[in-house]
Design a protein around this ligand. Structure first.
Ligand SMILES: CC(C)(COP(=O)([O-])OP(=O)([O-])OC[C@H]1O[C@@H](n2cnc3c(N)ncnc32)[C@H](O)[C@@H]1OP(=O)([O-])[O-])[C@@H](O)C(=O)NCCC(=O)NCCSC(=O)C[C@@](C)(O)CC(=O)[O-]
Ligand SMILES: NC(=O)C1=CN([C@@H]2O[C@H](COP(=O)(O)OP(=O)(O)OC[C@H]3O[C@@H](n4cnc5c(N)ncnc54)[C@H](O)[C@@H]3O)[C@@H](O)[C@H]2O)C=CC1
Length: 416
């Protein structure tokens, strides 16, 4: 299909209105006026391709998933694995309540453990003060629910007490929400402890806001070329084993997971730096950086994959409401809560990891990836309009997906 036909198909499948479709089209959805209101020193806007991943079934419901990404083969790979996963019923997901953590650093204490005890005894008061400002969030059933207090000792600055506010942020990503709370309780915290408050900021290690996605794929569904399903499953398990013990492999393995997650985070106007920071800090929680997924073979021979990861995403707040294309992307997905968005996003991350491992364990990554990269190469070599597809097909046929080959064939084409 051409983009226009795809838009019509998406509109038909999801029932989203024309204005949402327009916001996803090549007309600049994010006008200069809106962009200028979003960040500082704006001189323009910056575009990325927006694709739609197909075939996703999550908890029995079908989704089309918007993905904003510059890398070829990512959207195709996710769609392909989602198709295979359907044979086992698709993806299953679960999530914890959307609890974010704010940190308040207290210095200059002679009795850090005494200060800790005073803060714990004042728990209800601290929670009440934290909740006194954001009436909207409290009205929705969110707000500060609990506290934690840590004592650390540092060789340079001595001891410090860290107070955590555990905040249910409902459908927000929650950074601004919890930062405001942390700043508002700081004077009270100084009074209770007798110390000096320094930092008041959320933690991006959102390990109380976890999503777990799993997939169970029947062996036969994994057959690939000359490789039977059992061989492919075994190859995926062996590939994952390396990522569970070796940080060098784990970094690339987890990059493959984020290939699926970041494009959805970006398309929906969410903070991808926050998601990335949380993912990698969580991957190091044992003291050793390792794979975020596990792959195993069940007793009946099915391949079982799981991904557990912090996922601080919002459908209100931040840019999710200001960027028209982000609003349209959320409509296209048809998600009605931040938790649902987070769960579908993690299912895409799991699918993407499965695609990479499946390719790596069989034919290698380059054929599928480079075939889809061929159009980029053709553009780099100077092809325009109809030349792009022509040159892309020609370099694939020559089995030489390189700029040099594309330039040579383009010269030949222009000479005709
Ligand atoms: C790229 C493929 C899918 C080609 O796969 P293929 O079998 O060569 O191609 P195909 O054209 O026969 O397509 C097969 C199926 O893919 C799906 N599909 C195909 N295209 C589309 C599309 N446009 N829209 C929707 N679905 C699509 C679709 O389901 C289709 O079946 P059909 O529907 O035709 O019966 C495969 O080779 C693959 O999955 N490769 C992995 C690619 C990948 O992981 N890319 C990420 C970049 S590499 C990287 O950055 C990370 C890495 C790899 O280092 C991570 C790591 O090391 O772990
Ligand atoms: N370290 C980090 O990750 C940091 C990130 N940020 C930025 O913070 C922004 C996100 O902050 P947010 O607090 O999410 O945004 P926000 O402050 O714009 O919106 C959240 C507010 O929306 C209201 N609200 C209305 N309906 C709601 C609902 N259904 N559920 C929850 N709240 C609802 C509440 O009053 C809530 O406090 C992002 O742009 C992010 O980039 C800011 C500072 C640090």
């Amino acid at each position: 299909m051409e983009p226009e036909a795809r838009r019509k198909a998406v509109s038909l499948a999801t029932g989203i209105d024309q204005s949402a479709i327009d916001a996803l089209s090549d007309a600049p959805a994010l006008g200069l006026h809106v962009a200028n209101g979003m960040i500082e020193n704006v001189i323009g806007t910056y575009e990325l391709p927006l694709g739609v991943a197909t075939n996703f079934k999550v908890n029995g419901r079908d989704y089309l998933v918007p993905m904003a990404v510059e890398e070829p083969s990512v959207v195709a790979a996710a769609s392909y694995m989602a198709k295979i996963a359907r044979e086992g019923g698709g993806f299953r997901t679960s999530s914890t309540a959307p609890i974010m953590r704010a940190q308040i650093q207290i210095l200059g204490l002679g009795d850090p453990f005494g200060a800790r005890a005073r803060l714990l005894a004042d728990r209800d008061n601290i929670i009440e003060k934290a909740n006194s400002r954001d009436t909207v969030l409290i009205g929705l059933g969110g707000g500060c629910k609990d506290i934690e207090v840590e004592v650390f000792s540092d060789s340079l600055i001595g001891s410090m007490v860290i107070l955590h506010l555990l905040v249910d942020v409902r459908d927000a990503m929650g950074a601004n929400t919890v930062n405001t709370m942390a700043e508002s309780v700081a004077p009270h915290v100084e009074k209770i402890t007798g110390g000096k408050v320094r930092l008041r900021i959320l933690s991006n290690l959102a390990d109380k806001r976890l999503v777990t996605a799993s997939v169970r794929v029947p062996t036969d569904a994994l057959k690939s070329g000359t490789h039977d399903g059992a061989e492919v499953s075994q190859g995926i398990v062996e590939a994952c084993a390396l990522a569970l013990i070796d940080p060098y492999r784990a970094a690339t393995h987890n990059k493959g997971i984020m290939n699926g997650i970041d494009p959805v985070v970006l398309a929906t106007g969410n903070d991808w730096r926050a998601v990335e920071a949380g993912a990698h800090a969580f991957a190091s929680r044992s003291g050793r950086y390792k794979s975020l997924t596990t792959w195993e073979i069940a007793k009946d021979g099915a391949l079982v994959g799981t991904l557990e990861i912090p996922m601080a995403l919002g459908i209100v707040g931040g840019a999710t409401r200001t960027h028209p294309a982000a609003q349209a992307a959320l409509k296209l997905m048809g998600v009605s809560s931040a938790r649902e968005l987070a769960e579908v996003t993690v299912a895409v991350g799991l699918a993407q990891n499965m695609a990479a491992l499946r390719a790596l364990a069989t034919e290698g990554i380059q054929r599928g990836h480079m075939t889809l990269h061929a159009r980029n190469i053709a553009i780099t070599a100077g092809a325009t309009g109809s030349e792009i597809d022509h040159i892309a097909k020609a370099i694939i046929a020559e089995e030489d997906v390189s700029v040099a080959c594309a330039e040579r064939l383009l010269e030949g084409l222009k000479a005709v």
